[in-house]
Design a protein around this ligand. Sequence first.
Ligand code: ADP
Ligand code: ZN
Length: 361
Amino acid sequence: MKTITVNVEHKTESSYDILIGVNILEQLNSLLDLSQYSQAAIITDTNIAKFHLQKLQKAIKIPTRSIILSPGESAKTIQSTEIIWKELADAKFDRKSVVINLGGGVIGDMGGFAASTYMRGIDFINIPTTILAQVDESVGGKTGIDFAGIKNLIGTFEQPSAVVIDTEIVKTLPDREFISGFAEIIKHGLIVSRDYYDLVTSKHPREFSEGELIEIIAGSCEIKRKIVEEDTKEKGHRKVLNFGHTIGHAIEALLLKTETPILHGEAISIGMVAEAKISQYKKYISEADVIAIEESLVNAGLPTAIESIDINGIKEKIKSDKKNVDGKTKWTLLDEVGIAVYDEEVSDALVTQALEFISNE
Ligand code: ADP
Ligand code: ZN
């Protein structure tokens, strides 16, 4: 088992451990000393419950109830949060109880939000069940729900008491979800470490052994921990994490309400190709680098282009990105494979060229 300790400084200083291993769910009670709590509530969704709830229930040796919600982003609402709060209140949860979030980003965000607001905040433990949640949301301390049509509009900054990553759990993920999570893993390599990039693109995501998967997930958590710890106020260096996300988010948002929505990692994969291309136009990386990046994403099973792209629609979305400063988009680009630069300005013409490049006409 691997342990990564995350030190956070937000309002008060605190730290928590990310535990990563195979079948460690079974040892949860002793690993986290759950006997310090009076009772526990597991928050999960119907898909995950089918595969993993029983095992978790068996592992916990204190009184436990389970709150099973419907899956998907559309369930990340104040109504679902109310269901959680109501269950906690009815079961007389007090400050000595704990919430255990067993799920992907949706459950992690919403369960964390419910716990961080119930009685002004009770402890919560995250057991991320998607690759994306394991490598992206284990570090950062953001909780939230969607509101008024806006993703994560309501939320808190609150750290979990612990994060437990059991690589056995992601085996039941559909291929598409599994591979989508690898987009963020590949991004971590591209922005800070050529070696890590080479490692994570050396095989198809599904072909890594259990041991290799632990290395990779720990590697990504460690990269994100370092970046976030160095930049707790989200002002500077943390922006390297936005690579692929300016165009990626725009594509994701544009396709959200269509008949062909794409997963977050898939959109980021396409965004990374476009933003690597912009990096090439600016003479930071070479054309051969862009081709190699594209190839590694294709080999991972990720998309690198889209059909009938609405270039103006994407540009509109980019302009309304909440990360813009004074209406200006600041870009994160690649200076080299393994080194990102941020706060870059890019002309409208280069953005158009890059969008044409990722268009599959
Ligand atoms: P993300 O972490 O990508 O935001 P979501 O919370 O939206 O993930 O979960 C993506 C989908 O995968 C949901 O339908 C969820 O129920 C399902 N899911 C999550 N984890 C697992 C798992 N380990 N096995 C099978 N399905 C899962
Ligand atoms: Zn992302």
